[in-house]
Ligand binder design. Structure first.
Ligand code: ARG
Length: 566
């Protein structure tokens, strides 16, 4: 709708000698807080300078230049605003028809040139815990991947796992020194606990780090057969433990990169940078001096010539573009690594890497938990498995309150789906730059701004449609719309703009918030308007069906699975 209004306004503005792009006009369109002021409005304050006139007068003059269209009941100038009142009945009919025809494709932006975009996300390291922060990154990454695909891009989902480097050396050192009697286990929390133990020992006695360094060097040389074999075995245990997690989180990857696989090439690039004098030797290590750019010193190789995370990232960027011919390379990574990413991008630029400008960093802030409330067996981080268990236990209680007779199997199944949806929604509804304080009570509040509430609204719509049973007529008598009906339709009308907003800002939060507001309006409508056996049954069922479809599309873009029954 915004597009159509922008088109109309562009023409009228041109007659007054003002050339504005459609997108600019679209960007300044507002949705008034109350429908009495129109459904969309265009503020004229910014035209004051150009036309050297008072904005109230400008608004009324431009209004007079507008050709009316059948989509609007009226267009009025009020104060410095031009207000557009939709022809509600006409819009409603057309919109519902469009939604029910396009179904899962409803809301797709207009086709444009397809780009090949790699989105790297999740990046859990082996030999360490998959923790709540990883859930946030994984949720954002998967959602962005879907939004990009929906917007017509070719997306490659990539994971880049830290399976080598100091944290792995610490794990192996600790296992050999303190736990060698224990059998190796594919259990995420056992694996994480060994790492935590290594950190504890090293904190108690700094001198032990020397032993870890030896292991790190040996691992990187790869000549010590028994060490390498232990590394391979434990690496696999870790990776296997992630498979189930990714499945539960509704995500998958097209490409897996590993730090161990870019060590050699990272070293090679470092040597080239040294020759080109982009890198230098400092205190026997190899560094890139980025102080000039306010980015400090970036160490590529340690004194003992082992490769650091930084050098590996240079190699990774090269490999991504070389192997996959990407147009864009997006990194979804915790904001704690902002400096590292700036150093990476600057160094790529200094080495005249052609695609440096096609790399993009999408940072997200951390997830905290109200201390003491959620359990943690390992101390530092909250493990995924502990976290999920606590959530599913809690949702089982909530479900049983509502459905005491539910079977044990169905209870398990539903609790898992509701928990995952609620966790993901909680992670996505807040902008990526905000720290999340996770509260399971809020996340699972069936009456609040939660995934559970949204799933519940969807299930409710599904059950109404199911109950109605018969193949109700799709179109749509043109009686006058009730305001609750129209508010819902107006929200449905916004879906396309919201998708575009999330796409351009690389932020699923707009879609998440939209799906909550949409659910609220649906519930208000349902309270206000009887459906079955009312004299507007066909129309209202079609409206509910449209709501259900658009909410389904929104949830899909968030990477959340809708369920038919709650
Ligand atoms: N595995 C890394 C970590 O846990 C994150 C990797 C991010 N991606 C990258 N290309 N640096 O810190």
């Amino acid at each position: 709708m915004k597009k159509l209004i922008a088109k109309i306004l562009k023409k009228a503005l041109a007659e007054k000698g003002i050339e504005l792009k459609e997108e600019e006009i679209e960007g300044s369109l507002e949705i008034p807080p109350s429908s009495d002021l129109g459904d969309y409005s265009f503020p004229c304050f910014s035209l004051k300078e150009k036309l050297k006139d008072n904005p109230v007068k400008i608004a009324s003059e431009i209004k007079n230049k507008i050709n009316s269209s059948e989509n609007f009941e009226s267009i009025q100038a009020k104060g410095a605003y031009i207000n557009f009142f939709l022809n509600r009945e006409k819009i409603a009919g057309n919109l519902i028809k469009e939604i029910l025809k396009e179904k899962d494709n409803f809301g797709k932006p207009d086709a444009k040139k397809k780009e090949k975009i790699m989105i790297e996300f999740s990046q859990a390291n082996t030999h360490k815990a998959f923790h709540v922060g990883h859930i946030r990154g994984t949720s954002i990454g998967e959602s962005l991947a879907r939004i990009f695909e929906f917007s017509g891009e070719k997306v490659l989902r990539a994971n880049y796992q830290g399976d080598s480097g100091m944290h792995v050396a610490k794990w192996i050192w600790c296992y050999k020194k303190y736990h060698s009697k224990e059998k190796l286990r594919k259990d995420e929390s056992w694996i994480a606990s060994i790492y935590v133990d290594s950190v504890k020992h090293l904190a108690e006695n700094e001198l032990l780090q020397k032993e870890v360094d030896v292991i790190n060097r040996k691992l990187s040389e790869g000549k010590d057969k028994s060490l390498v074999s232990l590394w391979k075995k434990t690496r696999k245990l870790s990776l296997d433990s992630f498979v189930k997690i990714y499945k539960e989180l509704n995500t998958h990857f097209d490409v897996y990169f590993f730090e161990s696989k870019v060590e050699k090439s990272g070293k090679k690039i470092t040597e080239e940078l040294l020759k080109k004098r982009i890198a230098e030797i400092s205190d026997d290590a190899i560094i890139v001096d980025l102080k000039k750019y306010n980015l400090g010193v970036w160490v590529l190789l340690r004194k003992d010539k082992t490769v650091l995370y930084s050098a590996k990232d240079l190699a990774l960027a090269e490999e991504k573009f070389k192997k996959f011919k990407l147009d864009k390379n997006i990194y979804v990574i915790g904001a704690a690594q902002s400096l590292h990413m700036a150093q990476l991008f600057k160094t790529l630029e200094l080495m005249k890497f052609k695609k440096a400008g096609n790399c993009e960093f999408v940072p997200f802030s951390e997830v905290r938990l109200p201390t003491g409330k959620m359990s943690s067996r390992t101390g530092e981080n909250i493990l995924y498995s502990d976290f999920l268990k606590e959530m599913t236990d809690y949702s089982k209680e909530e479900i049983k309150k509502r459905q005491p007779l539910i079977s044990e199997k169905e209870l398990e199944n539903r609790a898992l789906k509701i928990s995952i949806a609620s966790i993901k929604y909680f992670m996505l509804k807040q902008s990526s730059n905000r720290v999340i304080i996770f509260s399971k009570e809020d996340a699972l509040n069936f009456e609040g701004d939660s995934g559970a509430y949204i799933l519940y609204s969807y299930a409710r719509a599904s059950s109404i449609i199911k109950k109605a049973g018969k193949n109700f007529k799709k179109n749509l008598e043109k009686g006058k719309l009730e305001s609750a009906e129209f508010e819902l339709i107006k929200k449905l009308l916004q879906f396309k703009d919201i998708v575009l907003n999330s796409f351009s800002n690389r932020n699923p939060a707009a879609i998440a918030n939209y799906s909550y507001q949409l659910s609220q309006l649906f519930n208000e409508f349902y309270h206000a308007c009887p459906v079955i056996n009312s004299d507007r049954e066909d129309f209202r069922l079609s409206l509910i069906n449209s709501f259900r479809q658009v909410l389904k599309n929104s949830l899909y873009l968030l990477g959340i699975e809708a369920i038919e029954e709650m």
